[in-house]
Write a protein that binds this ligand. Structure first.
Ligand code: NAG
Ligand code: NAG
Length: 372
């Protein structure tokens, strides 16, 4: 013990104390605003306001969601989405409300805004089979309006400062495959080759990202597309894989994910002052499923909540659906969406995982770097 004390010199103790003071007083930032874009993985209730079959505003959705006391909110989960849990990690005390619950002159300064819409995608025509939904382009249009309101209320300088310190999570792309490329009959277009389709997605996404940057986004976190072939729905629709993950769907999104990663790597140095994270949600979920027994998960091939009968599996759960008792034994809550239990395991990796999970470094490190 005394040896240790002798090694630590007085100047280094002083330096340490100064560091502590610095981090606890002068540099302490408040919780950032969150401007959230994406699909049903992170929708917090926008679709409640739309004419759509993709709604989660009935029981048993939200059964484990403590902030509402177990009432449905529009989240496609039994509990918190992985972005709710990410906001928790930033010390947030409020979740960004759905944009459609706010007045058109809202400036987002309460805690940000959630623009995500179930069924929405990178491409405008994605999700047409669900009827109304908000595409990525339309979500960014609404954000541009929020930003304009903020400038009107606070002045350009203060607004820019707030936005440059905000977080911009983007969770989109699954529906472009599930409800567009893989279901061409339902859409209005003819069959498009995979390469051409993926190139269209990347072109659109590139414009969306650069547009967000031009609208003051500086801390952007992009989730790639999860292994959609492992969703209970895809396992059932591709029975020749014997209930295992549908490799064909996973290969398709892996092709996109690789090209997305390359695009982000090339884009990163071109955007000034940006922290642009690439979360490998595919790797994280696939790895969790592969090692599910390590986490006590018993069932991955079907959702906890299921509709009974043919075809009805395609639809969200409803009040007549049956659901499991122990949600921590199931990887998926319904046919498409992970359970809160899996969301919690995933967020651990997004926050603290190595470069297999997040590039160029994890969210915790990015928080520190940006002074949170
Ligand atoms: C997509 O829709 C937006 C309106 O939300 C429009 O501004 C944009 O031009 C459309 N893009 C394409 C490629 O059709
Ligand atoms: C990045 O900038 C370089 C140099 O201006 C350009 O050649 C390249 O196409 C840009 N890439 C992206 C993805 O923006």
């Amino acid at each position: 013990m005394s040896n240790h004390i002798r090694i630590i010199s007085f100047p280094s103790i002083l330096w340490f104390v100064l560091l502590l003071l610095r981090s606890s007083f002068s540099d302490a930032k408040t919780v950032p605003l969150f401007f959230i874009f994406g699909d049903s993985l992170v929708d917090a209730g926008n679709n409640n306001y739309l004419h759509t079959i993709a709604k989660a505003n009935v029981k048993p959705y939200g059964i484990d969601y403590t902030p509402s006391g177990g009432k449905p909110t529009g989240r496609f989960c039994n509990g918190k989405t992985f972005l709710d849990l990410t906001v928790d990690e930033f010390g947030g005390s409020c979740y960004p409300p759905p944009s459609l619950s706010l007045s058109p002159d809202d400036d987002g300064t309460l805690c940000g805004v959630n623009y995500a819409s179930s069924g929405g995608g990178i491409l405008n025509d994605t999700g047409a089979l669900f009827l109304e939904r908000i595409s990525m382009d339309a979500q960014i249009d609404t954000y541009a309006n929020t930003r304009q309101n903020m400038i009107t209320n606070l002045g350009r300088e203060k607004a820019t400062e707030l936005l440059k310190n905000a977080v911009f999570p983007i969770v989109v792309g699954s529906n472009d495959f599930l409800d567009n490329f893989l279901t061409p009959i339902i859409g209005t277009r003819e069959y498009i080759p995979q390469d051409v389709f993926i190139a269209q997605m990347l072109d659109m996404h590139y414009s969306q990202l650069t547009r967000l940057h031009s609208l003051d986004a500086r801390f952007i976190i992009i989730w790639n597309v999860p292994p959609i072939g492992c969703m209970p729905l895809e396992r059932k629709m591709n029975p020749w894989y014997g209930g295992k993950c549908a490799d064909s769907a996973n290969e398709l999104v892996s092709d996109y994910n690789k090209k997305l990663k390359d695009m982000i790597t090339e884009l990163r140095p071109n955007l000034s002052e940006v922290t642009l994270l690439f979360v490998d949600a595919y790797y994280v979920l696939y790895d969790l499923l592969l090692h599910k027994s390590d986490y006590g998960i018993k069932v991955a091939g079907e959702g906890c909540c299921t509709n009974v009968g043919p075809v009805v599996e395609l639809f969200p759960c409803k009040e007549t659906s049956t659901y499991c008792e122990d949600r921590s034994k199931y990887a998926f809550w319904d046919e498409y969406h992970p359970s809160e239990f899996v969301n919690r395991l995933s967020v651990k990796r997004y926050m603290d995982g190595d470069t297999k999970h997040v590039l160029p470094f994890n969210i915790r490190r990015a928080m520190k770097l940006r002074g949170f």
